[in-house]
Design a binder for this molecule. Structure first.
Ligand SMILES: CC(C)(COP(=O)(O)OP(=O)(O)OC[C@H]1O[C@@H](n2cnc3c(N)ncnc32)[C@H](O)[C@@H]1OP(=O)(O)O)[C@@H](O)C(=O)NCCC(=O)NCCS
Length: 155
């Protein structure tokens, strides 16, 4: 596995990974794909890191960017690993790459928003195992019974 930049040829593979993760609703999938399309234009401000295998096939990716109007706060917008490759360290390497790049851009921290619903327990476990600290809970934010949790990792 190696890390590299996003390529136009990744789009279909990443779409399959996003759909295959079973974590996202159709409207969320649409937004994830819009960000990929935006990220292929280097002027968009959306930054990507892709994990790829030895044949350059994408195994996962992270999308992040500077939060507008902040001095060095980065948002992790999306992180997805191929369901068949989860729990083997790919997600951690993607998150570490995001942190490294944000730090190199004088970032101070990375903010991550996720769901508090029971089916997102694995995502929360991932962020917590990777050293992210939960800062806030917005009750019923996404839907009634679906809180927004805000995590932060300092750089
Ligand atoms: C969340 C996600 C990106 C994690 O990627 P991953 O490659 O499986 O994670 P890693 O293997 O790098 O795990 C890193 C740490 O998190 C822990 N972890 C990961 N998944 C976990 C789970 N389901 N339960 C408990 N711990 C978990 C690992 O044990 C590891 O900790 P350790 O190194 O201390 O043992 C991946 O599960 C995924 O793509 N999920 C679907 C998409 C999604 O929901 N993305 C987040 C919302 S945008």
């Amino acid at each position: 596995m190696h890390l590299r930049e996003l390529r136009a040829s990744d789009r279909e593979v990443l779409a399959t990974l996003i759909r295959g993760s079973a974590a996202f609703r159709e409207d969320e999938i649409e937004v994830a794909l819009e960000l990929i399309d935006a990220g292929l234009d280097s002027r968009s401000g959306y930054l990507f890191v892709v994990a790829a295998d030895e044949h350059e096939r994408a195994l996962g990716y992270a999308c992040y960017g500077l939060t507008p109007l902040t001095d060095g706060v980065y948002d992790l917008y999306w992180i997805v690993v191929d369901a068949a490759r989860q729990r083997s360290g790919v997600g951690r390497q993607l998150l570490e790459a995001v942190k490294r790049d944000a730090r190199a851009r004088h970032g101070r921290c990375v903010i991550i928003e996720t769901s508090g619903k029971p089916s997102y327990a694995s995502q929360r476990a991932f962020y917590e195992r990777c050293g992210c600290e939960m800062l806030a809970r917005y009750p019923d934010f996404y839907r009634v019974g679906d809180d927004k949790l805000v995590y932060m990792v300092r750089l």
